[in-house]
Design a binder for this molecule. Structure first.
Ligand SMILES: NC(=O)C1=CN([C@@H]2O[C@H](COP(=O)(O)OP(=O)(O)OC[C@H]3O[C@@H](n4cnc5c(N)ncnc54)[C@H](O)[C@@H]3O)[C@@H](O)[C@H]2O)C=CC1
Ligand SMILES: CC(=O)C(=O)O
Length: 380
């Protein structure tokens, strides 16, 4: 016997909703028709005659060309990065790529509708990588994210498979780009992206512990009740559980903090320092357990890196770079992890040589070993 699912009777509210949707559709259609009658079908470039050039104008002498960023992955992280880039007036063109066409178009339109409040930026979106052509910087955020309690390293196999589809077309359309990886586990995926891209190592960088260092600076600043921008403090190594806090080089407004405490004979327990570092490591887990994902801080972190690169700022950021042979990391290991790197228009210009205590150096080598072990199972 078959049971038929009866359609419920149409209520008055549903009728009103249906007619509202139809009215909205026809209003959109009407607006499009009016626009087309004024300007012709959708076109690229200005409508001829809309403004008249002034008499005897010399051709533009500007030699600068448009700058372009592409963001792959229009999820929580990709969109937080995109909107931070737009508000900070970093580029002339922003291209978004995702595998979900409707979500992608929705995100593009939503950002385009803010045009009246933002610096002028052309925003494009497509599931096709040709939209990314000629990018100066490609930021990859696509992929699986952690669920509450899950480690970043757990995401590896799923995201490596996606990277095989993402990295080759990105580099095909933008062979001169700097590639910035954000998807997790960011250090291993930066290595994977480097291998799949064939780019020189200075042009492949992971967002790494730039975010962890901001969390660290926030916690110290909060403790001392000062501005976090006055706190020079760095976390290096894995963006994850084996990261290393460089306590020995922290300064606040130029004052080295550990020697200040010692001079003032203020006792501090090693355990207190460990607790602060643990709070940094636990930060992402806490936010994910509360809201399901992290987005705003990584949005600002990635835009901060994008500015240093595209504006050739030569600022020093803890980011994931090829660490082979640096800080005592074994020459045989092509491992990417965060070290203090100078970033500019050519990507990673160099790595600074910060003094590490024996304990910090040992922890960094351990962090490298953790990443290297995971990497060795990849067969890339
Ligand atoms: N490095 C860092 O500091 C941080 C990294 N992350 C990582 O960023 C990644 C993204 O996180 P969310 O944005 O929260 O995830 P999400 O699930 O909101 O977005 C992921 C997006 O990737 C897209 N996608 C999947 N496969 C694709 C493909 N083959 N091509 C193009 N797009 C594809 C999905 O359609 C989705 O829109 C995760 O791996 C997460 O762990 C998140 C926060 C901080
Ligand atoms: C998810 C992640 O990697 C973070 O927020 O640190």
């Amino acid at each position: 016997m078959l049971y038929k699912v009866k359609s419920p009777p149409t209520t008055r509210l549903q009728k009103i909703q249906k007619s509202a949707v139809e009215t909205h559709r026809s209003a959109n259609q009407h607006a499009k028709e009016c626009f087309n009658s004024l300007t012709g079908p959708r076109r690229v470039g200005p409508v001829p005659g809309f403004f008249k050039p002034i008499q005897n104008a010399a051709p533009s002498s500007s030699t600068s060309r448009n700058t372009k960023i592409s963001v792959v992955g229009a999820g929580n992280v990709g969109m937080a990065i995109a909107q931070t880039i737009l508000t900070q007036d970093l580029v002339d063109e922003l291209a978004l790529v995702d595998a979900k066409p409707d979500k992608l178009r929705g995100e593009m339109l939503d950002l385009q509708h803010a045009a009246a409040f933002l610096p002028r930026t052309k925003i494009l979106a497509s599931v096709d990588y040709s939209a990314t052509v000629g990018s100066d910087l490609c930021i990859v955020t696509a992929g699986a994210r952690q669920i509450a309690g899950e480690s970043r390293l757990n995401l590896l196999q799923r995201n490596v498979a996606l990277f095989r589809d993402i990295i080759p077309p990105l580099v095909k359309y933008s062979p001169d780009c700097i590639l910035m990886i954000v998807s997790n586990p960011v250090d291993v995926l930066t290595y994977v992206a480097w291998k799949l891209s064939g780019l020189p190592p200075n042009r492949v960088v992971g967002s790494g512990t730039n975010l962890d260092s901001s969390r660290f600076r926030f916690l110290i600043a909060d403790h001392l009740d000062v501005n976090a921008q006055e706190v020079q403090a760095c976390i290096i190594g894995e963006h994850g559980d084996s990261s290393v806090a460089l306590w020995s080089s922290i300064s606040v407004g130029g004052v080295p903090i550990l020697s200040f405490l010692e001079k003032q004979q203020i006792a501090y327990e090693k355990e207190t320092l460990e607790k602060i570092h643990k709070a940094v490591v636990d930060s992402a887990y806490e936010v994910i357990s509360l809201k399901g994902y992290t987005s705003w801080a990584i949005g600002y972190s990635a835009a901060n890196l994008a500015r240093s690169i595209l504006r050739d700022q030569r600022k020093i950021h803890p980011v994931s770079v090829l660490a082979k042979g640096l800080y005592g990391i074994q020459g045989g290991d092509d491992v990417f992890l965060s070290l203090p790197a100078v970033l500019g228009r050519a990507g990673v210009l160099g790595v600074t040589d910060v003094h590490l205590t024996d304990e910090e150096a040992r922890r960094l080598r351990e962090s490298a070993r953790t990443i290297s072990e995971v990497q060795s199972q990849l067969g890339i």
